[in-house]
Design a protein around this ligand. Structure first.
Ligand SMILES: CC(C)(COP(=O)(O)OP(=O)(O)OC[C@H]1O[C@@H](n2cnc3c(N)ncnc32)[C@H](O)[C@@H]1OP(=O)(O)O)[C@@H](O)C(=O)NCCC(=O)NCCS
Length: 310
């Protein structure tokens, strides 16, 4: 996600409203803009191994513009095509087309449903959800959650088969004003940790590590920038990894697993998934557009953190 100085604190989502036929009832009752929560306890027989968290990192360059346009024409729904048509700059349209063909392709592989037949709706706050299918998904299970982020030519998509996921991707090359604006949104202890780093690259990295984690977390909840970023706080190891998390008062999950990645140099990514108390699943990181089933990089998910509310 990008925060520019002209986009100071809580930009309004320009997301299309869900169509009349799409489910909205659950979000009206859910404090965190959520559809009906999936059970977070282990299955009664305790046998099913936890499904991996799947991540797709796709640079725009992985899909030629003409090809992206053809796929979009076949796969995107009317709302998505209308959104694509509204971009002023070709660069932004391209990013949108790659991001949304990526979403439909990866969800189709995971669910076993053709790209054009997936029904995606958006919550009041703009968070997309895959509409559940009567009788479950052809490739097994009943629930898929996903989250998308795009920034500076990179698209990051996360998919989980249980509960929620939030993801964020950022480039490190941000101007000083943007870094200052971002920092001003942090909790006091985070601002102090940032200030302890030498100005320049080291400090910028701290700011953007915190920012991607905060974004990923608030996007998992479906709140985005609607959640004040100073109401929750991360404690980070100097080089890499989350060692502590103070959730905001309204967090109903409490404990989370957070992953920090630098999938390509100078591009930071973060993933947030609630802890469900089961054996830690792994994360599979795929690079490029999901044409086939190339072997992903497997990453063990870190221990959960959190539990003490802010
Ligand atoms: C979520 C949000 C932080 C994303 O900011 P961004 O700069 O576009 O950042 P990213 O690239 O990381 O993520 C964009 C993607 O996040 C997803 N997204 C949008 N709103 C989301 C939300 N509330 N929660 C989780 N994910 C969301 C979308 O897939 C979006 O991409 P798309 O519009 O192309 O489908 C920002 O749009 C936001 O705060 N939205 C909520 C606004 C709100 O509360 N509106 C209420 C109106 S009543």
């Amino acid at each position: 996600m990008t925060l520019t100085t002209s986009e100071p604190r809580a930009p309004e989502a320009r997301a299309p409203e869900p169509r009349a036929s799409e489910p909205r009832a659950s979000e009206a009752h859910a404090p965190q803009d959520a559809p009906a929560a999936q059970p977070l306890s282990a299955p009664a027989d305790g046998s099913a191994p936890p499904a991996p968290v799947k991540l797709w990192l796709c640079p725009n360059d992985d899909l030629a513009p003409a090809l992206a346009a053809v796929l979009a024409a076949h796969w995107l729904d009317e709302t998505e095509r209308e959104t694509a048509g509204r971009f002023l700059f070709e660069r932004d349209r391209r990013q949108y087309l790659v991001a949304h063909t990526l979403v439909r392709r990866a969800l189709a592989l995971e669910a076993g449903v053709a790209e054009a037949e997936l029904v995606i709706w958006r919550s009041r706050r703009g968070r997309p959800f895959l509409q559940p299918m009567p009788g479950g998904l052809p490739r097994g299970g009943a629930h898929l959650d996903f989250n998308l982020s795009h920034a500076g030519g990179y698209n990051l998509l996360g998919i989980v088969r249980r509960h929620r996921i939030g993801v964020d991707v950022e480039r490190l090359d941000r101007d000083a004003q943007a870094i200052e604006t971002i920092t001003s949104t942090f909790a006091p202890e985070e601002q102090e940790w940032v200030a302890r780093a030498a100005p320049g690259r080291e400090r910028d990295r701290r700011v953007l590590r915190l920012w991607t984690l905060k974004e990923a977390y608030s996007k998992a909840l479906g709140l985005g920038l609607g959640l004040p970023f100073d109401e929750f706080a991360f404690t980070l190891a100097d080089d890499h990894g989350v060692t502590g998390f103070r959730p905001p008062a309204q967090d109903r999950f409490g404990r989370w697993r957070f992953v920090e990645l630098e999938p390509v140099p100078d591009v930071l990514a973060a993933v947030a998934v609630p802890d469900d108390g089961r054996q830690p699943p792994e994360l599979q990181l795929h690079h490029g557009f999901p044409w086939g089933r190339a072997a992903p990089r497997n990453i063990e998910l870190p221990e959960p953190v959190g539990g003490i509310r802010g």
